[in-house]
Write a protein that binds this ligand. Structure first.
Ligand code: GLN
Length: 484
């Protein structure tokens, strides 16, 4: 069962060859057997999952089940879930029981999906390796000495290891795509505004976007269908009809114009990863795509601009965690200032504190123009450069990450080396563009991700190209030996 895609499980449910209760038991058993070694889930909600599975089976028996009804999955622990701890992998929220559901959570429940628990992640989604979690690092199922990527590392690892057929993730600078690449699964970051951020704990509000992580593009299409849509409770959610993502999956990609930016194949890219990605692009050419070399010289400004904008917004968003209204409170504070200081010093980890300090600095009077305002201007230039490129090509292709998954501990003492991991993913967030990462091969037995980017609100096209590739390759079907 756990080697099947979500779409396959959905078909088995539809034809009556299995039930939601059976599937839910199977995946809960998988979690019980493997979560100790992987550390991919922070919370397991077995009782409510079984109750939801029974309800899903009853709904199906009554004849009104959609394709996701009864399918088990896991939520990243950044999505508020009513009555369940929502920790954001921080000591600050270790005791926080959310009093309401995020919109994404209610949408997937309405679709009849069965939530098995909450996935581990980097603390407040800050990181590229899942090592900043208060609950400890997640292991990469392909090699337990390597990181799964981050910040949605728990989501990626648990899907890769077959502990659930799918998970939710969030992507502020690459956190859906980078862990998907490191763990050999498929994940899509939608256009900014496509999926509601209501109830998704905010990191950098102008960059954050939730999306699905699963084995295949076909699975992601089904999930995105249920997640996307206008939400009046999120002022940045876009009022625009949701396309039928599954309908165009099989469309021909004959004549599709793919741009290969020279900047995505330059210095810092592992040559073996480059070769693997080029082979994937050649496969798309065989399917009729036309490849064109392009240049995006402003891409290099992405990391510096992001690491000003994201910490600035984070410092503002995280000011609500003050020891008074939410989460951790220090013992016996001497006065209000002591309460704030010690609650925050004890509740936040090192990386989160670093970002708050950088953010407060770049927003402070005297530095605002030199840093924050300048970064915002660069952000606009990056967006304009992308939009210009999309006059000439339909899709931009390249590696998701410069290397395959690195060793645990390899970059924890060097934040800048950690930040450089996001070099190919971060600019899509700055520009609000959708991006997908899909498995396209292996280097030294570790998965490699192909990243495809396209214009705003063209998720259907990305999923179409990814699906066509997955129809002629089987990288997305591979599973790590220890979890088959
Ligand atoms: N790795 C990036 C960061 O640390 C992106 C994280 C994310 O997308 N949530 O900020």
């Amino acid at each position: 069962m756990h080697d099947k895609t979500l779409a396959e499980l959905s078909r088995l449910l539809a034809e009556g060859s299995t039930t939601s209760v059976e599937l839910t038991r199977h995946f809960l058993d998988r979690i019980a057997a493997h979560n100790d070694s992987l550390n991919a889930l922070i919370t397991v909600t077995a009782d409510s999952a079984l109750a939801a599975a029974e309800a899903a089976d009853a709904q199906r028996a009554a004849g009104n089940a959609g394709p996701l009804c009864g399918v088990p999955f896991v939520h990243k622990d950044i999505f508020c879930t009513d009555g369940v701890r929502t920790s954001c992998a921080s000591k600050m929220l270790d005791n926080f029981i959310a009093p309401y559901d995020a919109t994404v959570v209610s949408k997937l429940s309405e679709a009849g999906m069965v939530c098995l628990g909450k996935a581990n992640m980097d603390e407040f989604a800050m990181g590229s390796s899942n090592e900043s979690s208060y609950y400890g690092a997640v292991k990469n199922p392909w090699n337990p000495d390597c990181v799964p990527g981050g910040s949605s590392g728990g989501s990626a690892a648990l899907v890769a290891a077959g502990l659930a057929p799918a998970a939710t993730g969030t992507d502020t600078g690459g956190s859906i795509r980078q862990p998907s690449a490191f763990c050999g699964i498929t994940g899509i970051k939608p256009t900014y505004g496509r999926v509601s951020r209501y109830g998704m704990i905010a990191f950098a509000s102008s960059l954050d976007q939730g999306g699905p992580m699963a084995r295949s593009a076909e699975d992601c299409a089904l999930l995105l269908q249920a997640m996307a849509g206008f939400d009046e409770r999120d002022s940045t959610s876009v009022e625009r009809p949701v396309e039928d993502y599954s309908a165009s999956l099989g469309d021909s990609i004959e004549g599709l114009r793919i741009g290969l930016p020279e900047e995505y194949f330059g210095e810092g890219l592992d040559p073996a990863v480059a070769e693997t990605v080029r082979a994937a692009v050649a496969e798309l050419e065989k399917l009729g795509a036309v490849v064109k070399k392009i240049s995006l010289p402003k891409q290099a400004l992405g990391i510096p601009a992001y690491y000003i904008v994201a910490p600035a917004e984070a410092s503002s968003n995280l000011s609500r965690f003050d020891g008074v209204r939410f989460g951790h409170r220090c013992d016996a504070p001497a006065d209000l200032e002591d309460l704030y200081k010690r609650s925050r010093a004890e509740g936040f980890g090192e990386e989160v504190q670093r970002r708050i300090m950088v953010g407060a600095y770049v927003l402070s009077a005297g530095y605002y123009d030199a840093y924050y305002l300048k970064a915002q201007k660069i952000r606009r230039l990056i967006r304009d450069e992308f939009l210009e490129a999309f006059n000439e090509v339909d899709v931009i292709a390249g590696p998701t990450t410069p290397t395959t998954a690195f060793a645990l501990g390899a970059k924890t003492d060097d934040p800048v080396a950690m930040y450089l991991n996001d070099i190919y993913t971060i600019t899509a967030n700055l520009a609000g563009l959708p991006g997908v990462s899909l498995p396209c091969g292996f280097v030294n037995d570790m998965p490699v991700g192909l990243q495809l980017l396209s214009g705003h609100f063209t998720e259907a096209r990305l999923l179409n190209v990814a699906h066509r590739y997955q129809q002629v390759t089987d990288w997305h079907r591979r599973m790590p030996a220890a979890y088959q």
